[in-house]
Design a protein around this ligand. Structure first.
Ligand code: GCO
Length: 255
């Protein structure tokens, strides 16, 4: 008999920032393991196209469009998903943005935008999802952190601060929600070939620096994030809580 360890049959999973990139890759992997996935993003048309692609692959995918920077809209969206499906088993807080500038060029509005999308939104969504999960006595919350949750590089100040904060939020949520049956964990991706990283991928020196710095000697393909999400969402991860799971080719383990 096939092992049920990684099965997500009957589970409902909402993934924010799922129109493309790591969010779409995680949604696809969750759906491939049996979950009914709900893709979130800002633009309904892009989102519908992404969900249609998954459905064409035989997967169970719907959408719920809202801007995670609008915290009231996020809460309403999560409540609507839970009402529509009668449950919410998994929340992946993945939506994120980047802003790269030397320090003197940063405006407060840039800082606030990145912190709002990459950190505050995750608090609002987790709080809303936790209401449903605690009532059910079980649930999984997965944050998309970054290797920047524990390391840093120049120019990405708000991103490093927000992703470090997200790892802290993961721990405080794990502490409070664990006793109520909800596991909260954080994935820390290394350097992936995504749209968000187009600018740095266009810089051959930076690309080579990442290859040299990473023990696996290459950038990651977005699909390589899927296994971590399935692990943390499924019974396979039942005793994993408050954990930072690096999916980085070994980058944070070496100098
Ligand atoms: C950057 C990148 C980062 C990394 C990623 C590493 O400019 O440093 O855009 O976002 O790709 O977060 O974890």
């Amino acid at each position: 008999m096939a092992s049920r360890l990684f099965s997500l049959d009957g589970r409902v999973a909402l993934v924010s920032g799922a129109s493309r990139g790591l969010g779409l890759a995680m949604a696809r992997a969750l759906a491939e393991h049996g979950a009914r996935v709900v893709l979130n993003g800002r633009d309904a048309a892009t989102l519908d196209a992404a969900a249609a692609r998954l459905r064409a692959e035989g997967l169970d995918a719907g959408t719920c469009a809202f801007d995670v920077a609008d915290h009231d809209a996020s809460v309403a969206g999560i409540d609507a998903v839970a009402a529509r499906h009668g449950r919410l088993d998994v929340l992946v807080c993945n939506a994120g943005i980047q802003h790269r500038r030397p320090l003197p060029e940063w405006r407060m509005a840039d800082w606030e935008r990145v912190v709002s999308v990459n950190l505050s939104s995750c608090f609002a969504m987790a709080q809303a999802a936790a209401r449903h999960m605690v009532a059910a006595g079980r649930g999984r919350i997965v944050m998309t952190g970054s290797i920047m949750s524990v390391l840093a590089r120049p120019t990405v100040h708000a991103y490093v601060a927000a992703k470090s904060g997200l790892w802290g939020l993961t721990r405080s949520l794990a502490a409070e929600l664990g006793p109520q049956g909800v596991n909260v964990n954080c994935i820390a991706p290394g350097f992936f070939r995504t749209e968000m990283n187009e600018a740095i991928l266009a810089n051959p020196e930076f690309v080579a620096w990442v290859e040299g710095r990473t023990p696996l000697k290459r950038w990651a393909d977005p699909a390589e994030i899927g296994g971590a999400a399935v692990f943390l969402a499924s019974d396979a991860g039942s005793y994993v809580n408050g954990h930072l799971l690096a999916v980085d080719g070994g980058l944070v383990s070496v100098v």
